[in-house]
Design a binder for this molecule. Structure first.
Ligand code: SAM
Length: 288
C-alpha cells in the first residue's frame, strides 16, 4: 500500500472536522486543542500541509464544506455528533472505572486521548493505527500513560498489538473503534471483536461503528473515490443482525445509535441535518 493511501481516511476525517471548526454552530463544539493538535499532526507531511492550507483559506474551506455536503449530505454534522458521543462515553466510563484503561483502535488523528492525557489523567491510554499514522502523533503527544502502537490490523493480530502496548487484561477497559471496522474484511472484523471480548479478564466495554446494509445510501462517486484510495467499505450490516452476532460473541448490547438517535441526543447543540446519507451507526456493548 502506498504511504498516502494508509493516511487517506485519517486525513479525510481530520480535515473535514477542522473545516467545521470555524463554522457556527460547529465551532463552539470543537475544542481549541483539537484544532491545534490536529494541525500539528497534519503539518508533518506534504499531503497534510495541503489539507492545512485548505483549512486556513476561507474560500477553500467553503469549497470543501460545500463539496462534502453535496457528496454526503449530513456527514459533517454526523461527524461532530459522533465525536461528542464518543467523548461522552469515555467520560462516563472513566467515572465508572477510575482505574480503567481506554484503547482506541483505528484512532487516526483523533485528539481525544491526547487531550485527556494533557489534562493529567493517569489512566492507561492506548491508540492503534497504521505505523505511518501513529508516527505523526508521537512527537506532539508525549505522555507517560499514552501509548501509540503502529500496526496494520490486516497483518498483525490484535492480541499481539495489545500485548506490545502495555494493555492490562486485569483492568477494566473501553475499546473504541470509531469508523474503522468497515475497512477490514468482515470475518477479520468479527474475529477482532471476539478476541477483544476474550482478552479482558475484567469489565470490558466496546464502542464501535458499523455501516447499514443499504446500497442506495452509498453514492457511486464516493465509492469510486474510496476504492481509488484503497479504502472501500468491505462489509455492512443492519442493526438487528449485528446485535445478534454481538450476543453470539459474548456481548450484551446496551445501545445502537443511528443518525436520527444522535440528532435527538444532541438536539440542544446542533440543528437537525436536512438529510442523512452515510448510514453509520454506533454500537455500545459490554462483556456479558
Ligand atoms: C475513517 S478513519 C477514522 C479515524 C478515527 N477513528 C476517527 O474517527 O477520527 C479510519 C481509521 O482506521 C485506520 N485503519 C483502517 N484500516 C486499518 C488497518 N488495516 N490497520 C490499522 N488501521 C487501520 C485508518 O488508518 C484510519 O485512521
Amino acid at each position: 500500500m502506498k504511504d498516502n493511501q494508509s493516511l487517506y481516511t485519517a486525513f479525510q476525517v481530520t480535515s473535514t472536522l477542522l473545516a467545521q471548526s470555524k463554522k457556527y454552530p460547529f465551532s463552539d463544539l470543537i475544542p481549541n486543542d483539537t484544532v491545534s493538535l490536529a494541525s500539528l499532526y497534519l503539518s508533518q507531511t506534504e499531503e497534510g500541509q495541503k489539507h492545512l492550507s485548505t483549512f486556513k483559506s476561507p474560500f477553500r474551506r467553503w469549497c470543501l464544506n460545500t463539496i462534502t455536503e453535496w457528496w454526503l449530505p449530513g456527514f459533517t454534522s454526523f461527524l461532530l455528533m459522533r465525536k461528542l458521543y464518543v467523548e461522552q462515553k469515555v467520560e462516563q466510563f472513566l467515572t465508572k472505572y477510575p482505574d480503567g484503561q481506554v484503547v482506541n483502535i483505528g484512532a487516526g488523528l483523533d485528539t481525544l486521548l491526547s487531550r485527556l492525557a494533557r489534562r493529567g489523567i493517569n489512566n492507561r491510554l492506548i491508540e492503534i493505527d497504521y505505523p505511518l499514522v501513529m508516527d505523526l502523533k508521537k512527537t506532539y503527544s508525549l505522555h507517560h500513560n499514552l501509548i501509540f502502537s503502529g500496526a496494520d490490523l490486516k497483518q498483525t493480530p490484535i492480541e499481539r498489538v495489545l500485548e506490545n502496548s502495555g494493555f492490562n487484561p486485569d483492568a477494566p477497559v473501553l475499546f473504541i473503534l470509531e469508523g474503522v471496522l468497515m475497512y477490514l474484511p468482515e470475518a477479520l472484523a468479527f474475529d477482532l471483536l471476539q478476541t477483544l471480548n476474550h482478552l479482558s479478564q475484567s469489565n470490558s466495554e466496546l464502542l464501535f461503528s458499523a455501516i447499514r446494509d443499504d446500497e442506495s445510501l452509498f453514492n457511486p462517486r464516493v465509492k469510486r473515490a474510496m476504492e481509488r484510495n484503497n479504502s472501500p467499505f468491505l462489509w455492512a450490516k443492519e442493526l438487528t443482525p449485528l446485535k445478534t452476532e454481538l450476543i453470539d460473541l459474548g456481548f450484551s448490547v446496551v445501545e445502537q445509535e443511528t443518525h436520527e438517535d444522535f440528532s435527538s441526543r444532541f438536539t440542544d447543540k446542533l440543528p437537525k441535518p436536512k438529510a442523512f446519507t452515510l448510514y453509520e451507526y454506533y454500537n455500545y456493548a459490554v462483556k456479558a
